[in-house]
Design a protein around this ligand. Structure first.
Ligand code: ARG
Length: 427
């Protein structure tokens, strides 16, 4: 017998798992993390729902059941560093599920230490990315803790799970057959399985929950202004019309040193951009274990914030920084996706991003309309952009004559090669 901390969602699979581990004679502590799944858009909390999950675990015989409100930590320690790297796996997926797994692993380890448990368990299958992320997350923090993956050892079919639940008094939510597998947190919602498994099949409207369908989107556009300060998101506010429509609540500021409101800003952006249908993503992606899968995401806030941050970087970073950062950002997304959040390389890339963070200061205007988020304006006290150098109009300060000498030197290698090839010996 041992004491095990189980990552517990309150759903059918992890409830069956909880019962089975207890039946095998283990003491089980159920751990549930609140990552904003229920209030990523509405922002009104999910206390009652989470209390029900806790009560369910205790009723099923858990030694204890812990619910951790990890929203602020998720945004501060995982989402914001990832935003600094403009994370987009395979160019399209802002890594909502992927960023949450190392945090769940950390919470499992911390809870195991607190309860003197020697093992942790999760309900991931053997086919997905999440088993890799959680297990590497645990090993990277405390290699002495054993990780159990019961659903990998003996996969649980849905009929088997229901039969076991009925036989063991596990209440089953009386919802109709779930058409998709969903995972959600403040940074995004992922939808997979069901009819989506055929990549030729379009995404049915009922797959979406955070983004308005084309028919339901407002005819007018809204503009939001995002303020960054030293690399940190400081303020998100709507234009006058949007503020009026929202009863003047459309401005959210993160005071200096006050870390609480980033969660509210992300939730607010999900709601405002989601209303315009912004952030729908549909791709066939490459899982860590080698399988390709069709995944659909809704990530309104991530879509807007990454577009805004990139615009500010283009204005304030040097050409070489931008070119190198494109490579480094891609590596950051791959490490995060692949379960290597705790890799020292990821920490090194954080340090790279922190090195120019002071210059990531300024404001970006983003127009939300009919499914798109378009940057319409950007300004910064650290802009390297200089209108006097760029202008084709009056007041041009650029030294045109200098360009001639530059091209002579810059083209010398081409000049040499062309002359060599023209020589008779090589013809
Ligand atoms: N494919 C995504 C990832 O690996 C999302 C997986 C989330 N799980 C789900 N049941 N939809 O990060």
């Amino acid at each position: 017998m041992s004491r095990i901390v189980l990552a517990y969602s309150g759903g059918l699979d992890t409830s069956v798992l909880l019962k089975k581990l207890i039946a095998q004679g283990h003491e089980v502590v159920a751990l549930t993390a609140n990552l904003g799944e229920s209030d990523a858009v509405a922002g009104d909390g999910a206390a009652a729902e989470l209390e029900a999950v806790r009560a369910k675990a205790l009723a099923l015989g858990a030694l204890d059941a812990v619910v951790v409100d990890a929203r602020e930590r998720f945004v501060r320690e995982y989402v914001m560093p990832a935003l600094a790297a403009n994370v987009m796996y395979e160019g399209m997926y802002p890594l909502s599920a992927a960023l949450s797994r190392p945090l769940i692993a950390a919470l499992l380890v911390e809870t195991a230490h607190r309860y003197g448990a020697d093992a942790v368990a999760h309900g991931c299958t053997g086919k997905g990315n999440d088993q890799v992320r959680i297990e590497l997350g645990v090993r990277g923090l405390d290699p002495g803790i054993a990780v159990r993956a019961p659903l990998r050892e003996s996969p649980l079919s849905r009929p088997d799970a229901i039969a076991y639940a009925n036989a063991h008094g596990i209440p089953i939510a009386h919802t109709a057959a779930k058409p998709y597998s969903i995972d959600a947190n403040l940074w995004g919602r992922s939808i997979e399985a069901g009819v989506l498994e055929d990549p030729w099949h379009g995404v049915p409207e009922d797959a979406y929950a955070w983004t308005a369908s084309p028919a339901a989107r407002p005819a007018h556009a809204d503009e939001v202004v995002l303020a960054f300060d030293g690399g940190a998101l400081r303020q998100a506010q709507g234009d006058t019309a949007l503020r009026q429509a929202q009863g003047d609540t459309g401005a959210l500021r993160q005071a200096q040193g006050d870390t609480v409101d980033t969660v509210a800003m992300v939730a607010w952006l999900n709601a405002v951009a989601g209303r315009h249908g912004v952030g729908r993503i549909d791709l066939v992606e490459d899982r860590v274990i080698g399988v390709k899968s069709r995944e659909v995401y809704e990530a309104p806030a991530a879509t807007v914030l990454i577009a805004a941050r990139k615009a500010l970087e283009r204005l304030t970073l040097t050409r070489d920084e931008l070119r190198f950062k494109a490579t480094s950002d891609q590596k950051y997304a791959e490490l995060s996706y692949d379960g290597l959040w705790l890799s020292p390389l990821r920490t090194a890339l954080d340090a790279f991003n922190a090195s120019f963070a002071p210059r990531i200061t300024g404001e970006v205007r983003v127009r939300l309309h009919q499914g798109s988020a378009v940057v319409t304006g950007v300004r910064s006290p650290f802009a390297l952009y200089d209108e006097a150098l760029a202008t084709y109009g009056a007041g041009d300060a650029f030294d045109h004559a200098a360009a001639g000498g530059f091209i002579t030197c810059y083209g010398l290698p081409l000049d040499r090669v062309a002359r060599l090839h023209a020589a008779p010996a090589l013809a």
